[in-house]
Design a protein around this ligand. Structure first.
Ligand code: UDP
Ligand code: MG
Length: 148
């Protein structure tokens, strides 16, 4: 089954949005496979965002991500990468549809509350980076109520 890496950024944690965000993924029917509150250092944040190292906003982005604890998660389910991105909404909250997490809870692009992997391959890399200890092995007893 497909997995994605979802991270509630420091602003989302500080603003008390953790429960709300987890609830949206849970209620959709996705399965929580990994979860931790963690403050990462600069080198780690730079590694997570290494694809963006040439961008003008890179330093500010790294400062933002290391500014407080984040909630790192692995969610599992059919098409969870693409659907997770839809639940999150467009990168710039000015363009995120109402009903999405960024559309409902964010205003500025540099304080957009949440990260989600953009492809199955980047999800695999991000899960390996953030959860080197591995993730939980379990199957929800709701499975047959969610999948036909
Ligand atoms: N970002 C920013 N300014 C920009 C573009 C991106 O501060 O002009 C930040 C923003 O927090 C975004 C993150 O960099 O979520 C990663 O950018 P990406 O293009 O990967 O967007 P995402 O995949 O998070 O939607
Ligand atoms: Mg991205």
């Amino acid at each position: 089954m497909e997995q994605t890496f979802i991270m509630i950024k420091p602003d989302g944690v500080q603003r008390g949005l953790v429960g709300e965000i987890i609830g949206r993924f849970e209620k959709k029917g996705f399965t929580l496979k990994g979860l931790k509150l963690i403050t990462v250092d600069r080198a780690f944040a730079e590694r997570h965002y290494s694809d963006l190292s040439a961008k003008p906003f890179f330093n500010g982005l790294v400062e933002y991500i290391i500014s407080g604890p984040v909630v790192a998660m692995v969610w599992e389910g059919k098409n969870v990468v693409t659907t997770g991105r839809k639940i999150i909404g467009a990168t710039n909250p000015a363009d995120s549809a109402p009903g999405t997490i960024r559309g409902d809870y964010a205003i500025d692009i540099g304080r957009n509350v949440i990260h989600g992997s953009d492809a199955v391959e980047s999800a695999r890399k991000e899960i390996a980076l953030w959860f080197p200890e591995g993730i939980a092995e379990w199957r929800s007893s709701l499975h047959s109520w969610i999948y036909e």
